[in-house]
Design a protein around this ligand. Structure first.
Ligand code: HEM
Ligand SMILES: N[C@@H](CC(=O)c1ccccc1NC=O)C(=O)O
Length: 267
């Protein structure tokens, strides 16, 4: 296609000759990654795969932003740290809303291919566990429970166990602002002072709020996921070998930043 722009002929989509929409976004590879297990194909299995792949793409983005936010805290760039966390919040809201799409699938239609999925389950999502670890909830017992990880995945998850979390980085922020954080008492004193003097500690307060928001949104996803599970499979055990909804309910009280929640009672 040819057009005119400021008197210059432009051949739309041909600038540079090589890069195209599809080649830039690797659509050939991306759109060839949805392979059904069911045979004959169950109609809803494409939706199930697509939803999970979209989740994993957003998990990758969330890890990218959380890592940069953690590093920004460590180097004292507080505005950037909260800015990136706000982007994470927006993605997290989208991830919870996506449950609506999957819930257009009925239990009967899920039942057409569910038996093919065992022993796979969301339990084995490495990026999901990386997000938990980087947030602050490091639980090495999950690493042992993974099966069939690639070498690259093993290295990645171990690295997440070894590196500082968002919470570690926030403690560094408090220390650089002049607070002691060694004991719980020190920490609550610091958080109270920040909360009570936002004129002076506005950037630190905003960061604490952004962390709490991340925690709340993760809890909202867990709550939404378990209700979806009850709707889909009732109290059946999970394909991943857990009790199913019972196991998922046992994780609902998980909080990344219990100190920030505890503080609310004192505000
Ligand atoms: C029909 C829809 C779904 C059902 C019935 C379902 C069911 C379950 C069950 C029963 C478990 C416990 C592990 C086991 O299988 O024994 C589980 C864990 C999990 N699922 Fe799903 N799930 C669904 C959709 C999703 C989606 C869309 C995601 C997004 C990635 C997801 C991510 C996870 C994660 C990360 C875990 C591990 C949670 C943890 O250990 O705290 N699930 N799911
Ligand atoms: N665990 C689910 C199956 C399931 O949802 C699933 C299976 C394979 C890969 C990802 C899954 N998603 C979340 O667990 C079930 O027990 O029905």
């Amino acid at each position: 296609m040819t057009g005119r722009w400021d008197g210059v002929d432009v051949h739309f989509g041909e600038e540079g000759g090589r890069l195209t929409y599809g080649s830039y976004l690797r659509l050939g590879q991306l759109l060839d990654q949805q392979r059904l297990e069911s045979d004959p194909p169950a109609h809803d299995e494409l939706l199930f795969i697509t939803i999970h792949q979209v989740y994993e793409l957003w998990f990758k983005q969330v890890l990218h932003e959380m890592t940069a936010s953690r590093d920004a805290m460590l180097s004292g760039e507080l505005w950037l740290a909260q800015h990136l966390l706000r982007r994470v919040h927006t993605i997290e809201r989208t991830l919870t809303q996506q449950v609506d799409i999957l819930e257009t699938m009925t239990p009967q239609d899920f039942g057409e291919f569910r038996h093919r999925l065992s022993p796979a389950s969301g339990f084995q999502s490495v990026q999901f566990r990386e997000i938990e670890f980087l947030s602050g909830a490091k639980d090495p017992s999950f690493v042992k429970r993974f099966r069939g990880l690639s070498e690259a995945e093993k290295i990645r998850i171990q690295q997440r166990l070894d590196e500082p979390t968002l919470w570690d980085a926030f403690l560094v922020v408090l220390e650089k602002a002049g607070f002691a954080t060694a004991s719980d008492d020190d920490l609550y004193k610091a958080l109270q002072t920040v909360a009570g003097d936002r004129a002076q500690y506005g950037a630190v307060w905003e960061l604490a709020e952004a962390l709490l928001q991340h925690d709340e949104l993760a809890a909202a996803w867990r709550a939404r996921h378990v209700v979806m599970v009850e709707r889909m499979i009732g109290t059946k055990p999970g394909t991943g070998g857990s009790s199913g909804a019972g196991y998922l309910r046992s994780r609902l009280d998980l909080r990344y930043y219990p100190h920030l929640w505890h503080l609310r009672t004192a505000l």
